[in-house]
Design a protein around this ligand. Structure first.
Ligand SMILES: [Fe+2]
Length: 327
């Protein structure tokens, strides 16, 4: 049996894990962002990296788009179309082409204050990270038919707070700049009972109403360069395309305690790490290797690649966060 098949079978078995992983005392006062997070299931954390550092990542992401040599020019909006860009999901989310393992992605994951957020949240320094993608959304694209896609990333069969998603924001992100929409408060509600869904579930307009009737509020999270947002994976959310002039630049980052992962999950992570393959938002389980090749006009994109343009610098911290090296 190929490693891919084995990994896929393990994933199916892991999908139905239902035990509580951790419980938090809702009445405990932390005196920091954790209070808001535990109340609403989401929180904006300011100034996690400096604006200068955020600009460094914006430049890196632009250079990454140019590395494909498809004619993309960040100064010429006429080139902001699919034919000049690598293949993305929902108009700007990049998971293929080894994007989750570009050096810039690993640099972001190992930013000291990013790691510190997850250490505080979970109360341990022994964390593992998902191999998540990035979002580079170009405004005013004429070649996209976009519609909202409210969803959440946790199967309701998984009880309690099991995964927390994060994004590190690099560019100014105001009301017209697209970005993250969250249904504030939805993490703590059991969704409508007639709905059965897996770890990615798309809600309908009726479901949005259901949450709103129970006091939840769909909000757009405005951010400055260097800000970080955390949300419980049970929160309904989606990404909006920008409508102003500003390009949206984001790296998705999620970490959970290593002790949540079993040997099978760690083995699957090592496979993904060694082959520069992305995963879901889940760091410790549900390791679905994102091996699907990017498709362009019905064929594998000629720019398909099996290595990042810039490989990460391998340190003990990177290996530990990847789950490859024990603490
Ligand atoms: Fe999501």
């Amino acid at each position: 049996m190929s490693t891919t098949t084995e990994t896929k079978q393990r994933t199916v078995a892991a999908r139905f894990e239902t035990k509580d992983l951790i419980t938090f005392d809702k009445d405990h006062v932390y005196g920091d962002w954790r209070d808001e997070f535990h109340k609403n299931g989401c929180v904006l954390i300011k100034n996690v990296i400096t604006p200068e550092r955020a600009q460094y990542y914006c430049d890196k992401q632009i250079q990454w788009l140019k590395n494909f040599e498809l004619g993309f020019d960040e100064k010429n909006p006429d080139t902001w179309t699919a034919e000049h860009l690598p293949i993305s999901f929902k108009g700007g989310m990049y998971y293929a082409y080894c994007a989750p393992h570009e050096r810039m992605a690993w640099e972001a994951r190992t930013e000291p204050k990013v790691v510190e957020i997850f250490e505080k949240l979970w109360g341990t320094k022994e964390l593992i990270t998902s191999f998540d993608g990035m979002n580079i959304s170009l405004p005013n694209r004429k070649d996209l038919n976009w519609s909202p896609w409210p969803h959440c990333d946790q199967n309701p069969e998984r009880k309690g707070m099991q995964a927390v998603q994060g994004l590190l924001n690099y560019a100014p992100n105001g009301p017209k700049d697209g970005g993250l929409m969250l249904m504030k408060g939805s993490a703590n509600l059991c969704p409508p009972p007639e709905l059965q869904y897996m770890d990615l579930f798309l809600f309908s307009e009726k479901d949005i109403k259901w949450f709103e009737e129970r006091g939840c509020e769909l909000v757009k999270i405005d951010m400055e360069p260097g800000d970080f947002v955390l949300w419980d994976s049970r929160t309904m959310h989606y990404a909006c395309l920008p409508e102003g002039e500003q390009i949206r630049h984001v790296q998705y980052i999620c970490m959970t305690p290593r002790k949540f992962a079993d040997d099978e999950a760690l083995k699957a992570k090592k496979y993904c790490f060694d082959k520069f393959i992305g995963t879901t938002h889940w760091p410790h389980c549900n390791i679905r290797p994102a091996e699907e090749k990017p498709m362009r006009d019905g064929e594998v994109c000629p720019k398909y690649r099996t290595e990042p343009f810039e490989k990460p610098i391998i340190t003990d911290q990177v290996l530990q966060l990847a789950g490859v090296k024990p603490y």
